[in-house]
Design a protein around this ligand. Structure first.
Ligand code: UD1
Length: 429
């Protein structure tokens, strides 16, 4: 497996440009299945997860023109060849379950291998299925697959017990071509949901309220061609903000949307980091600042994002004082704690809370990236740890960060990718 070799680096400085959002583009790609005409998607990040979704769309019968070097994809799902994507692809990425709503709505049937649990928790799909059933689908759950079928989906009032991002997106897509009006209550409010709704509305869908807890979708007969630019990635934005903070550097983050990272900005400011919203971008300055501890509780949007929890924790291990973190979204999202502890961090966990005694010196170690964001957290810790840190299983990081090594290197980080093939230390492209 490829690893990143990270060395203690000088404070990061310079500019970085944020890519299109992974979590916005994946549902948008899934939504192209709803439309027989050409969908052009711009600002698409070149990522492993995007590659997997390209393969899934292709197997389903869509013609996909991949111009990812220019961050562009064109998808035309003129006809659908199959409603049963193979396990080998679906199992690579949980977000592949997002094709169920579009397939069911367009073809009246979808049989999807179960995505299974993952490192951060069981991640069930009951809320997605509850929504489809309320819209008239017959659901059959096997031990390794789930099948949904309906002659024609109809509108329904659906209350989500938890504002699940994936369930809101899947139901919203299914409702787009359903007969009548669907109302999703206690819907997730994440910016990626607003981006998906705006993509669908440009194609002729009738969706109101995306970005609030009540979304109303009036079903339409058919959708038409569209060109859409994906929003910037708020988690990548947050990652570079924390990279500036942990190295006590100064970084200008371009193409960021400050409104989407309000809780990260607020918490960094509470810690004493300066964050300025300038015309050029977000300028994050930790150089020369007196920093202090803080407490964090992850919540659905607009609360503090669970995807930033591990990354903020890495920073808090370097700030003198006691910080508390409570994880409310996923039940097992402290896998990075044992790895940070191996680097000298003092963190005690109890169920969903962690107490960090910050300011202990970190040292390099061999650590494993247990999930995408945990991997980024370990790289950040490696930038300030004495000596060399080897972060293993970095394919997780490459699932969700475009040109990760390049972008960090340009800011002065000492990070190289060690390829398993030739055992040599290569700068990743
Ligand atoms: C999305 C993001 C992921 C982020 C998460 C929470 C994508 C591709 N991924 O994941 O990066 O960490 O939102 O912000 O956008 N749940 C149920 N039943 C369901 C569905 C979810 O109980 O049917 C629970 C999950 O187990 C979890 C919580 O709801 O505890 C949040 O999950 P959800 O919002 O659905 O996350 P994802 O859409 O999988």
């Amino acid at each position: 497996m490829a690893k990143f070799i990270v060395k203690k680096s000088a404070p990061l400085s310079g500019e970085v440009e944020i890519s299109g959002s992974k979590n916005a583009v994946l549902p948008i790609m899934a939504a192209t299945i709803l439309c027989p005409e050409k969908c052009e998607i711009r600002d698409v990040p070149k990522l492993r997860d995007v590659d997997v979704m390209v393969q899934i769309l292709t197997i389903l019968g869509a013609s996909v023109k991949d111009e990812l070097k220019e961050n562009k994809l064109t998808v035309q799902a003129g006809t659908i060849a199959t409603t049963e994507p193979p396990y080998g692809l679906v199992s690579k990425m949980r977000a592949s379950f997002l094709i169920m709503g579009p397939l069911l709505s367009r073809c009246g049937r979808a049989r999807i291998p179960l995505p299974g649990g993952c490192a951060i928790g069981a991640r069930p799909i009951d809320l997605h299925l509850k929504g489809f059933a309320a819209m008239g689908a017959h659901i059959e759950e096997g031990s390794s697959f789930v099948e949904a079928s309906a002659d024609k989906l109809h509108g329904a009032n659906i209350y989500l017990d938890f504002p699940s991002v994936g369930a809101t997106e899947n139901i919203m897509m299914a409702a787009t071509l359903a007969e009548g009006t669907t109302i999703i209550e206690n819907a997730a409010e994440e910016p990626e949901i607003v981006d998906l709704a705006s993509f669908l509305n440009k194609m002729g869908a009738r969706i109101k309220g995306a970005g609030t807890d009540t979304i109303k979708i009036e079903g339409v007969e058919t959708l038409k061609a569209v060109t859409h630019h994906v929003i910037p990635d708020r988690i990548e934005t947050g990652t570079f903000m924390l990279a500036a903070a942990i190295t006590r550097g100064e970084v200008l983050i371009k193409n960021a949307l400050p409104d989407h990272v309000k809780p990260v900005i607020a918490k960094l400011r509470e810690c004493g980091v300066e964050v300025e919203d300038t015309l050029e971008g977000l300028r994050v300055t930790a150089a020369g600042k007196h920093l202090n501890a803080t407490d964090i509780k992850t919540m659905p949007y607009p609360g503090f994002p669970t995807d930033m929890q591990s990354i903020f924790m890495a920073f808090l291990t370097t700030v003198p004082g006691t910080s508390n973190i409570i994880e409310t979204v996923f039940e097992n999202r402290f896998m990075h704690v044992s790895e940070l502890s191996r680097m000298g961090a003092s963190i005690k966990t109890n169920d969903r809370s962690a107490v960090i005694t910050g300011g202990m010196p970190l040292h390099g170690a061999q650590v494993v990236s247990t999930d995408l964001r945990a991997g980024a957290a370990l790289v950040l810790a490696g930038l300030v740890a004495e000596g060399t840190t080897e972060v293993d299983e970095v394919y997780h990081i490459e699932r969700g960060y475009e040109r990760f090594v390049d972008k960090f290197t340009k800011l002065g980080a000492k990070i190289v990718k060690k390829s398993p093939d030739n055992n040599s230390y290569n700068k990743s492209k």
